[in-house]
Design a protein around this ligand. Structure first.
Ligand SMILES: *Cc1c(COP(=O)(O)O)cnc(C)c1O
Length: 392
């Protein structure tokens, strides 16, 4: 129509989403990450150290950038999963303490110590092995000892007396931290968290009485922080999800939330093709979708290889120019088809929002998780490394 008169108008007048020269990309707001961290720090107060969890490349937000941003905000500790993740931070100039929560495999130990990473020790034999390794290097090594208080995954399950004995028999190791992890922090209908806390406190008391006084006791990931479970904060908290702007909903009655956080990541994809299909046409693998009427479809340059859950086939939605557009047919490896019949101006090169806000519409990782039958953590961590990352 009068397209030729609109050249001076902003590219995407009805949409704050700007195209980028990428098939698919995430936009990460450093300011939002910093703000989430500060909200958590304010909530727990000055007596409690906040150790952001930046494992899995900071839940795909980019561990190096996130850690730099938070170090500039005063973070003195970071938690990662494994030695490689810790080394990547050291090599990019992170000076803060780094706790390695799920490693101490025999083939990573010496690199861990060489890069000044702090291991979490989760068995008594491993404690003895760390003691021997430290002794062989004529040095003392700090570690955090993880107690299995009921999670039934990593952690020492031995009686407190055996733990005390093992620590006292390891003079080259300084148990600087004592930690545990909750299995059901989001469930206020069970007493599992309370019983885990009780066992942790009893173990800590026993060790204290035996003269073993770890400086840092820590139990809490995001949920016990967000819902003000103060008795579980002790000297340090380990939020991950909340740093990225998410707090999972809880079951049962929880206290009011004590933090204000917002998602820091948006995920977009570029429209690769737009075309009209007649009524009755099949779309994609398996002919999973048949057009009920004539439809305009757009094909996005992103698929399950980028992290769009295959389970969103025929059920998820994306946002196009501020409007929801349903995913039609099977999500394929590199492509996803959407229905843009209600958004006929959609064009090749436009940016659509897979996760994030466009205009008045928002889809977050929890929405996607619900539709895909998974959890928001998995949606975020599923964003593939080939998806470009842009910091805003
Ligand atoms: C991943 C992890 C956390 C962070 O959990 P969130 O729910 O993301 O806050 C804390 N502690 C341990 C041991 C973890 O593995």
């Amino acid at each position: 129509m009068n397209q030729q008169f609109s050249v001076a108008a902003p590219v995407a007048e009805d949409s704050g989403v700007r195209p980028m020269p990428y098939r698919s990309w995430v936009e990460v707001s450093r300011a939002q990450i910093a703000s989430n961290f500060c909200s958590i720090r304010d909530a727990v107060g000055p007596g409690v150290e906040v150790m952001p969890v930046v494992k899995a490349d900071a839940y795909r937000h980019g561990a190096v950038e996130v850690s730099r941003t938070l170090e500039a905000q005063g973070a003195r500790w970071f938690a990662v999963s494994n030695t490689d993740e810790g080394i990547a931070l050291r090599e990019s100039g992170i000076h803060a303490r780094i706790l390695v929560m799920a490693d101490f495999l025999p083939f990573t130990r010496s690199a861990m110590l060489a890069h000044n990473l702090t291991p979490v020790i989760h068995s008594l034999p491993a404690l003895a092995e760390l003691n021997a390794l430290a002794g062989s290097q004529n040095r003392s090594v700090k570690c955090h000892l993880k107690i299995d208080t009921g999670m039934g995954r990593l952690g020492v399950r031995a009686p407190a007396s055996e733990i005390a004995e093992a620590i006292l028999a390891s003079p080259n190791v300084e148990v600087e931290g004592l930690m545990t992890h909750f299995a059901s922090a989001a469930n206020y209908q069970t007493g599992q968290t309370e019983s885990q806390m009780a066992l942790f406190e009893a173990t800590a008391d026993f060790l204290f009485a035996a003269g073993i006084r770890p400086a840092l006791l820590h139990l809490s990931s995001s949920i016990p922080v967000a819902y003000s479970r103060r008795a579980a904060w002790r000297g340090m908290v380990r939020p991950g999800h909340a740093i990225y702007g998410y707090v999972s909903p809880v079951r049962g009655h929880a206290p009011a939330r004590s933090i204000r956080v917002k998602p820091a990541l948006s995920w977009r994809a570029t429209v690769l093709s737009v075309k009209d299909l007649p009524a009755g046409a099949l779309v994609g693998y398996g002919g999973m979708f048949r057009t009920p009427t004539a439809m305009r479809l757009a094909v996005l340059a992103a698929g399950y290889a980028d992290g769009i859950p295959h389970r969103l086939s025929n059920r998820g939605s994306v946002i196009v120019k501020g409007k929801m557009a349903p995913i039609v047919g099977a999500v394929s490896m590199d492509l996803t088809s959407i229905d843009v019949t209600n958004c006929p101006a959609t064009d090749v090169g436009d940016a659509v929002t897979l996760l994030g806000t466009d205009g008045d519409v928002t889809i977050d990782a929890q929405d996607i998780a619900k539709t895909a039958g998974t959890i928001s953590y998995s949606v975020l961590c599923g964003i593939h490394a080939r998806v470009k990352r842009v910091y805003i």
